[in-house]
Design a protein around this ligand. Structure first.
Ligand SMILES: Nc1ncnc2c1ncn2[C@@H]1O[C@H](COP(=O)(O)OP(=O)(O)OP(=O)(O)O)[C@@H](O)[C@H]1O
Ligand SMILES: [Mg+2]
Length: 344
């Protein structure tokens, strides 16, 4: 060890001590100040304050890959150094970063991100399975029962003479008819069978026609040549993203026109949904997407990520909104593996 040891002025010691980075201030090649982070990094058992230690013992190859703890163990590090003054004497300030801990933390975060994505993939997959099941149940079971009741009412109508009874039967038959239409519509909304039988383009045409009629809005759909049949999970993902984008345009934008464009470019599906409505501040959406209290934009982003794609939202007040999606289409056969991994 060597002395004499100078201390940083109280002001500087205050903010140096608060830094999460390890900081050493070195005078004449000897540590004259070490902040708490440096003491934890170089002397985990906290026996010393590192003061008086020679810099070459802690950082043998000044500025390069290895640093050495007081117990002799070494770790990968990066350092930054700059000239400074300590109590009026020229000194050098070294900021030391433990790359092993950083790398482990980053690896842990990456793994957590992958796990969360896989988990949300499972939920989305299960949700779609459930929707499909309920849609089928509604259509096949409840729909057929209601159709049978309608037939019975028709028989009753033919056999009844009493005007009062006929009026009652008419009313009940009308209610059955409306319920049947509602159940069929609900079933189609939950999972349009066109997706499985006719493909994505047909399902989108049906959905857009329906929304146009329901909301009396100018919705334009342009679909180019797609590599249909697409992998089923991919088709559903694009369908749901269009569905949510249109729902947002209808509910939030007060738009006069919405355009949906879908096509293929360099082996990827490219989708754009744009409206000329009131827009919103989407500037910092990327950083906030996971803290939004709503689910629409988040689930669109999740669905895109799950299939290795990217979704961008461009919007500003008074400037309309544009949703742009690019989704790679896997070569035949490869997708089923990936999709079932996610869905399992
Ligand atoms: N096309 C749009 N035009 C104007 N504002 C929009 C548009 N799309 C989204 N927004 C704004 O972004 C917010 C978040 O959208 P998001 O779809 O996540 O939620 P939501 O539609 O409010 O609810 P939900 O969870 O039912 O989808 C909306 O509440 C709205 O303020
Ligand atoms: Mg929404």
């Amino acid at each position: 060890m060597a002395g004499p040891v100078a201390h940083p002025p109280p002001d500087e010691a205050g903010w140096l001590a608060a830094l999460p980075e390890a900081v050493l201030v070195v005078c004449d090649e000897v540590v004259a100040y070490a902040n708490p982070a440096a003491r934890v990094l170089f002397d985990p058992s906290s026996r010393t304050a590192l003061l008086g230690e020679r810099l070459t013992r802690l950082l043998p190859n000044d500025g390069t890959a290895t640093a050495v703890r007081l117990d002799g163990s070494s770790f990968a590090a990066t350092t930054l150094s700059a000239p400074t003054h300590l109590a009026g004497r020229p000194a050098r300030l070294h900021v030391v970063r433990d790359m092993e801990t950083e790398a482990a933390l980053r690896e842990g975060l990456d793994q957590t991100r992958i796990d969360l994505l896989a988990l949300s993939g499972r939920f989305i997959h299960l949700g779609e399975q459930e929707r499909r099941h309920i849609a089928r149940e509604l259509h096949d079971e409840i729909g057929q029962c209601l159709s049978a009741i309608r037939v019975q009412f028709a028989k009753l109508q033919r056999r009844t003479d009493s005007p009062e009874s006929l009026a009652l039967i008419d009313s009940a038959a009308g209610m059955t008819e409306r319920t049947l239409a509602r159940v069929r519509n609900l079933s189609l909304q939950l999972h349009p069978p066109q997706l499985d039988t006719l493909g994505l383009a047909a399902a989108l045409r049906w959905h857009v026609d329906q929304q146009r009629d329901l909301h009396d809005l100018d919705i334009r759909l342009q679909v180019g040549r797609l590599a249909e049949p697409l992998p089923p999970d991919l088709g559903i993902a694009v369908y749901r993203i269009v569905q949510e984008s249109l729902s947002n345009a209808l509910h939030h934008a007060a738009a006069a026109q919405v355009t949906v464009r879908l096509g293929m470019q360099d082996g990827a599906l490219e989708l754009e949904v744009s409206d000329d409505g009131r827009g919103f501040d989407a500037g910092d959406l990327c950083g906030r997407i996971y803290s939004l209290p709503t689910l629409g934009l988040l689930s669109m982003t999740q669905r895109a990520s799950l299939h290795g794609g990217e979704l961008h939202v461009t919007s500003a007040p008074g400037q309309g909104t544009q949703i742009a999606l690019r989704l790679p289409v896997p070569e035949n056969g490869k997708h089923d593996e990936a999709a079932s991994d996610i869905g399992r």
